[in-house]
Ligand binder design. Structure first.
Ligand SMILES: NC(=O)c1ccc[n+]([C@@H]2O[C@H](COP(=O)([O-])OP(=O)(O)OC[C@H]3O[C@@H](n4cnc5c(N)ncnc54)[C@H](O)[C@@H]3O)[C@@H](O)[C@H]2O)c1
Length: 334
């Protein structure tokens, strides 16, 4: 099986490409990435070492995309992954995250290939998520998606709808994964995306941080899944795609891997032995949500799969990676 991973020099794409190559899943793994994310150049070096070719193409360049070799499966990990980018860079988010999917789907039709799509837990309506702030409530696939969800979330949901239209018309097989927060080594965290890695880095280097929104107390809760669990699930999905396809599933760390920012701070203090100043910004972004914890029942049932790595293991793995690569990472994580 020949596999193209778009966004292959990103956090998820690079880890996945290397995992699939190592486990001999597919006989050819290629990447498409325009290297726009800070740090993606380091991931490109990792791919080069494993002899995984990257095509430096912008996903909105349809002509270049269609001229790539033929693939049996496209795993779409290409996106502007920051929800907040929807405000400042609306055009880029829209074109990359929605037109990009459209172009990939045309390539799937041309090649008669299947698609595994990296969607997001942010397809759910913000106003409905805001209502559940007080009680811990696990979000399943039937949660409301009708209201505003950020331009990022809109592009993910619309991409899902486009995939279903293409599957209906052209018989493309698809799997849509609505992932919650993913973390692990080789994520270049920044203020608006990749908060676990940013939190560890700032503690490690005694830099400042801020709790933003919802009173500025660090009470927002998210569940976090380790990248290795993501790779293992996608391996299963690839192996079973002829039998199990055309489904949309929530995937996340689940209740046992959920944590508040305040809780994360404590764990970071413990592992780095550093205590840093954390500022408080009370104002809440319209796009922020107080709590998201994934209900994994459907993915568990369909694939007999469970995330294995717990939160302390995630922290440890990221910390070890940062510690061993501290010098070079200084230019890529602020
Ligand atoms: N990381 C998470 O917590 C998380 C959670 C849910 C969903 N997702 C989704 O998973 C996918 C991968 O996320 P990630 O964390 O690896 O993000 P990432 O930013 O690390 O990787 C995305 C890659 O896409 C590339 N890219 C961006 N715009 C491009 C363009 N126009 N043309 C070609 N390449 C382009 C970037 O250079 C980058 O290497 C994304 O679709 C994201 O929305 C991520």
């Amino acid at each position: 099986m020949k596999i193209l991973i778009t966004g292959g020099c990103g956090f998820v794409g690079s880890n996945l490409a290397i995992y699939l190559k190592k486990n001999k899943i597919g006989n050819k793994i290629n990447s498409l990435d325009n290297l726009s994310r800070r740090g993606s150049i380091l991931n490109l070096n990792r791919l080069n070492k494993k002899k995984i070719k990257n095509f430096k193409i912008d996903i909105i360049n349809n002509k270049a995309l269609q001229n790539l070799p033929k693939y049996d499966l496209i795993i779409d990990c290409c996106a502007e992954a920051a929800v907040e980018a929807s405000k400042k860079e609306i055009d880029r988010v829209f074109f990359t995250n929605l037109l990009g999917t459209f172009n990939i789907l045309k390539k799937c039709v041309k090649d008669k290939s299947h698609i595994i799509f990296l969607s997001s837990s942010r397809v759910y309506s913000i106003d409905q998520l805001n209502k559940i702030k007080k009680n811990k409530f696990l979000i399943d696939e039937n949660f409301d998606t009708s209201g505003p969800k950020s331009i990022y979330g809109y592009c993910k949901k619309s991409s899902e709808d486009l995939i279903k239209e293409f599957a209906f018309l052209y018989k493309i097989k698809y799997v849509i994964n609505r992932f919650g927060v993913i973390s692990g080594p080789w994520q270049f965290g920044k203020q608006d995306q990749g908060f676990v890695s940013l939190w560890i880095w700032r503690h490690m280097n005694k830099k400042k941080l801020s709790y933003m929104g919802f009173g500025g107390k660090g009470l927002q809760i998210r569940d976090v899944i380790h990248i290795k669990d993501v790779c293992q699930l996608i391996e299963l999905q690839i192996k079973k795609i002829n039998k199990i396809h055309n489904l949309t599933i929530n995937v996340g760390g689940g209740e046992k891997n959920s944590i508040s920012l305040k809780g994360l701070t404590k764990l970071c203090q413990k592992i780095t032995l550093n205590k840093i100043k954390i500022f408080s910004i009370r104002k809440t972004s319209v796009y922020d949500i107080p709590c998201f914890i994934t209900n994994n029942s459907k993915v568990k049932k369909i694939y007999n799969w469970n995330p294995k790595k717990n939160f302390p293991q995630i922290i440890e793995d990221v910390y070890r990676w940062m510690f061993s690569s501290k010098k070079i990472l200084k230019n890529y994580i602020k």
